[in-house]
Design a protein around this ligand. Structure first.
Ligand SMILES: *[C@@H]1O[C@H](CO)[C@@H](O)[C@H](O)[C@H]1NC(C)=O
Ligand SMILES: *[C@@H]1O[C@H](CO)[C@@H](O)[C@H](O)[C@H]1NC(C)=O
Ligand SMILES: *[C@@H]1O[C@H](CO)[C@@H](O)[C@H](O)[C@H]1NC(C)=O
Ligand SMILES: *[C@@H]1O[C@H](CO)[C@@H](O)[C@H](O)[C@H]1NC(C)=O
Length: 280
């Protein structure tokens, strides 16, 4: 089945430039869901790290990484929003796939999740705070855990993660990547949620505590005592590519998983802080 879909992608290839990620709404949803699941310790750390201009509103800053990526100073971060796997393999391996287009290692979305979660673990060690800006680390980590749950951020090199696949969504011409990122959510907001992302988030949250409550604990799992588990999320995403036509329920589930896992990761990072303090 995946193989058939893989082959289908090739046939659809055409050219259209432009790389985007979950739109503002998708990232807002992931961070809003996460916010509701943070421990007190993690919530406190997040509030301390947010810039004053945010007024304590974490979710509103979850698209920051998209807003800055085209500025000269931040242009190097563009490859951190996605990863490309070899065409038609439908699998993902960190060592093979996590690099930018020049081959620089660790420059991909899973590498960035490791990088910024490791930096945040230094939160309790003031001497290392000079080295990295942990506000940036928090905003990057929160954004990239969202991106890695978007199936077309983990796509094939040949079609640039669906960016070059032109499709029609209702009456608008677009590319597959943009449809995943924005248009499914936009259409759902119009049709079901009275254009209010917060209502959609509430729908997802009630599924988390209700319909999906038996599986949600397993979403948080991270093997070998790791703080962050991007490889697992990337492998799921590459396998979900084939289901894009079933759309909305998958989008909602991926937003839910992104939020639950962002919270679980931040809770692990900032729980370690508390235990290391009480051990001292
Ligand atoms: C990790 O993050 C820092 C700070 O943004 C950056 O300077 C460094 O290049 C990053 N490393 C990788 C492999 O992306
Ligand atoms: C940390 O990064 C944020 C966002 O780029 C910036 O506004 C802030 O001034 C930086 N803080 C320090 C201490 O450099
Ligand atoms: C809630 O879960 C049901 C069953 O899995 C699904 O059909 C529905 O789309 C979900 N709604 C939201 C808002 O996630
Ligand atoms: C995880 O950490 C616990 C406590 O530090 C330790 O006992 C256990 O062996 C670790 N498990 C793995 C797989 O590293």
């Amino acid at each position: 089945m995946p193989r058939v879909w893989c082959f289908g992608l090739l046939i659809c290839l055409s050219l259209l430039p432009g790389v985007v990620s979950w739109g503002k709404d998708g990232h807002f949803a992931v961070c809003k869901i996460a916010e509701g699941l943070l421990t007190d310790e993690a919530m406190l750390a997040v509030k301390m790290l947010l810039p004053e201009s945010a007024n304590g509103d974490f979710a509103s800053l979850c698209s920051w990484a998209d807003e800055i990526r085209h500025w000269y100073h931040w242009r190097w971060t563009s490859p951190l929003h996605y990863l490309d796997t070899p065409d038609f393999k439908c699998n993902y391996y960190y060592c093979r796939d996590c690099h930018d287009s020049y081959g620089k290692r660790d420059r991909c979305v899973s590498g960035a999740i490791y990088n910024y979660s490791t930096q945040l673990e230094a939160y309790q060690r003031p001497e290392s705070e000079e080295k990295y800006n942990l506000t940036e680390a928090l905003l990057f980590l929160s954004h990239f855990i969202g991106d890695i749950h978007q199936p077309l951020h983990v796509g094939f090199t040949g079609d640039e993660g669906g960016n070059t696949i032109i499709v029609h969504w209702y009456r608008r011409k677009s590319n597959l990547h943009h449809i995943w990122d924005n248009m499914i959510i936009e259409t759902a907001l119009k049709k079901f949620y009275n254009l209010d992302i917060k209502t959609m988030v509430q729908g997802i949250q009630s599924n988390i505590s209700d319909d999906w409550s038996t599986v949600v604990p397993s979403w948080k799992d991270c093997d070998f005592n790791q703080t962050a588990c991007p490889n697992l999320y990337a492998s799921e995403s590459i396998q979900l590519d084939e289901y894009f036509l079933s759309r909305l329920p998958i989008v909602e589930k991926r937003l839910a998983q992104g939020g639950v896992r962002l919270a679980a990761t931040l809770n692990r990072i900032f729980l370690r802080r508390r235990s290391s303090i009480s051990a001292a």
